[in-house]
Design a protein around this ligand. Sequence first.
Ligand SMILES: Nc1ncnc2c1ncn2[C@@H]1O[C@H](COP(=O)(O)OP(=O)(O)OP(=O)(O)O)[C@@H](O)[C@H]1O
Ligand SMILES: [Mg+2]
Length: 278
Amino acid sequence: MGIILGIDVGGSTTKIVGMKPDGTLISTMLVKAYDQLTSLYGALGNYMDTNRLELSSVQDIYITGVGSSYLNGNIYGIPTHRVEEFSAIGMGGLFLAGIDQAIVISMGTGTAFVQANKGSYKHIGGSGVGGGTLIGLGCRMTGADDFDSLCRLADKGSLKNVDLTIGAISKKNISTLNAEITAANFANLNSYTTEADIALGLVNMVLQTIFTLGVFAARGTDTPDGPIILTGSLTVLNQIDETRDAFSALYPNRFILPHDAAFATAIGAALHGCGSLM
Ligand SMILES: Nc1ncnc2c1ncn2[C@@H]1O[C@H](COP(=O)(O)OP(=O)(O)OP(=O)(O)O)[C@@H](O)[C@H]1O
Ligand SMILES: [Mg+2]
């Protein structure tokens, strides 16, 4: 039996993973998507070369993501199957977390919310607030010119002169909300606010929005306190652990950040070729 490739051609990046038919992950690779078809073939060539694999060793390719619509037919004569993105997100998220039921969030260029029960994957909805928002606003509002420089800037920032907290507007806790909770993102900008503070404020606002929508998505299901799995390239943000801790204190849901979270959708696509694991 040959290997299976899962390729996720997203709005910002192309992810590629190799998998054995028993679900063992061989390796992962991420390339920036300048144009979808070029990055798809570039990523594939790079992946094969880096892992010293022959095309003849590839049994099937499973492709998903918004950019997969640009591809017609097979890739280099290898049977190439299109996988619906939301089932790939759900399947990949559950597989990486090792559980059978959850809300799976894909934190990508935009954000998608999938209600995943092993074997059944439902797109609850999406939000345009995601990694693309962070880069767009971040590059316009600070001196950063890409994701990495924006992250470096954010790592030096403070939220003190960016966000309005509950503590700043109320002497007492409001219901279960303590003084540290954000009352309004960016409502405390002032003359002391630095570019680094703004970068951190944007990271924080995007993460808080995504986590909040994840909790609300869970509330619409019959397991409102159930687990929430975080996937997508935005999970690499250094601030995600802090956000997770804050939300874990506030809500009953367990927020799971699995290993290889950025590759969950590509892994979910590849799993479509591993019949017994689906
Ligand atoms: N190496 C990277 N290159 C570009 N963006 C990155 C990188 N690492 C993290 N990011 C962030 O992650 C976001 C893209 O996430 P991801 O790769 O999951 O999305 P996508 O799959 O391309 O898009 P979508 O799923 O919305 O179609 C970017 O907008 C950026 O904020
Ligand atoms: Mg994606």
